[in-house]
Design a protein around this ligand. Structure first.
Ligand code: PGA
Length: 256
């Protein structure tokens, strides 16, 4: 049984003060939902200390970074290292989000280096993959996902793979309100799992949690999660208000 994992990707939203306010409301209403659902929040770097401070009494909510450098340290202006994140008690890191791929030129090779760097520091990567609408319409869905997975995971050991969460995010569904249908998402998730099985083993692939991302919210979360290969969500817009994020987590917990 794979425990569902719902992660908030705040992107470039919610500064330290807003983070503190969000979390005081959020943790007050979270009750025992983390028994059924793993909850992760990825604030912007500068809001991470405020998030950690606000969560001090609630370690059931894990903090993620939205990106990390593939370098150890040194002359890399504007970058943040895995060790700096560890010092702040960050547990997860989002790697290879489509906005990083398209707006900041991250290639599969860079993403691969970041995944390895994260694992050296024992951070749990949320490894994002997904196709554009053009690629889907052009019949390249499987080819794109397969190369993102194969090149992204190149040289990652079985032991490290067990600590990676995969996020399938069709680019055309991100921030557009146009959610993939449960069938479309399930089909892609099953394919992703089969590629992982081919690279490692079916046994390992069955243990990997694969999140769906792209306009996920309370109204569609339970249906998506009811699919056999959908094990959670990476959530942007619907995670920016405590109540809407709580509603989604409750919907997922109730459907379990
Ligand atoms: P969205 O973003 O929920 O706003 O579509 C998801 C993501 O980009 O991770």
């Amino acid at each position: 049984m794979r425990k569902p994992i719902i992660a908030a990707n705040w992107k470039m939203n919610l500064g330290p003060k807003e983070t503190e306010a969000f979390l005081s409301t959020f943790t007050g209403k979270l009750d025992n939902l983390t028994d059924q659902v793993d909850v992760v929040i990825a604030p912007p770097f500068v809001s991470i200390p405020a998030a950690i401070a606000a969560l001090s009494s609630n370690s059931d909510v894990a903090i993620a970074a939205q990106n990390v450098s593939e370098q150890d340290n040194g002359a890399f202006t504007g970058e943040v290292s895995t060790m700096m994140l560890k010092e702040l008690f960050v547990r997860y890191v989002i790697i290879g989000h489509s906005e990083r791929r398209t707006l900041y030129g991250e290639t599969n090779a860079v993403i691969n280096a970041k995944l390895k760097q994260a694992r050296v520091a024992n951070l749990k990567p949320i490894f994002c993959i997904g196709e554009t609408l053009e690629e889907r319409d052009g019949g390249q869905l499987e080819e794109v996902l397969s190369s993102q997975i194969t090149e992204g995971l190149e040289g990652i050991s079985e032991k490290d793979m067990k600590e990676i969460v995969v996020a399938y995010e069709p680019v055309w569904a991100i921030g557009t309100g146009r959610v993939a249908s449960a069938e479309q998402a399930q089909e892609a998730h099953a394919f992703v799992r089969s590629v992982i099985a081919g690279l490692y083993s079916s046994e390992l692939a069955e243990k990997i949690r694969i999140q769906y991302g792209g306009s996920m919210k309370a109204a569609n979360g339970a249906e998506l999660l009811s699919q056999p290969d959908i094990d959670g969500g990476l959530v942007g817009g619907a995670s920016l208000e405590p109540q809407s994020f709580l509603d989604l987590i409750s919907a997922v917990a109730e459907s379990e």
